[in-house]
Design a protein around this ligand. Structure first.
Ligand SMILES: N[C@@H](CCC(=O)N[C@@H](CS)C(=O)NCC(=O)O)C(=O)O
Length: 192
């Protein structure tokens, strides 16, 4: 299995979830500017969308989109899905929310300037804030780390680095997740 990634980008969420799941994965760095791999290979031949993440499975199938990859990983490792009869759907609900209301706004924010950028920035902060009340319990679904936490962690870490004024629980939340051994391993592997 190979994960195509760019250091610190949203593919970090999938990398973390794969390690939390105990799945062995090789990682392949993508230059997002040129769409080239380190060995000169053409990333567009792997994922014609040119975006990370992409995950190639052992049978050669290629999965793209954070929502699909994180849901697939959680299906392989049930401890990454919240408990309860609706657990799988609660996970999909949260992954869809993070992808569409938070993640997608970052490239839009970066493409704008002035008042238009401020408006999108305020929306980003508001949607992160929607999740504030959940984070005091530890993770998005209480005291159990889920695949959605890997995704929200990467988004919140990036937002804090960009000095977005996120709600008070986010600093602890990011620090708590960053301390997890799988996260440390993923960060170390991506830095090489
Ligand atoms: N809808 C995609 C979006 C992924 C995405 O935005 N990836 C960014 C990095 S976080 C990227 O590859 N950007 C480069 C580009 O769009 O050319 C998903 O959720 O997987």
């Amino acid at each position: 299995m190979k994960l195509f990634f760019a250091p610190g980008f949203s593919s970090l969420a999938d990398h973390i979830a794969l390690l939390e799941a105990g799945l062995a994965v090789d990682i392949v760095e993508v230059d997002l500017e040129t769409k080239r791999l380190r060995d000169g290979g053409d990333y567009l031949a792997v994922n014609p969308k040119g975006q990370v993440p992409a995950l190639t499975l052992d049978d050669g199938a290629v999965l793209t989109e954070n929502v699909a990859i994180l849901a697939w990983i959680a299906d392989c490792a049930p401890h990454l899905t919240p408990p309860g009869p609706l657990g799988r759907y609660r996970l999909l609900e949260m992954l869809g929310f993070i992808a569409s209301e938070i993640h997608k706004r970052f490239p839009i924010y970066l493409s704008l300037a002035g008042e238009a950028q401020e408006t999108v920035g305020a929306d980003i902060v508001r949607w992160f804030g929607f999740l504030d009340p959940r984070l005091d319990r530890g993770y998005l679904f209480g005291d159990v780390f889920s695949a959605a936490d890997a995704y929200l962690f990467v988004m919140a870490r990036g937002a804090l680095e960009m000095a977005f004024p996120l709600g008070a629980p986010y600093r602890d939340y990011v620090a708590r997740i960053e301390a997890r051994p799988a996260v440390q391993t993923a960060l170390r592997r991506e830095a090489q």
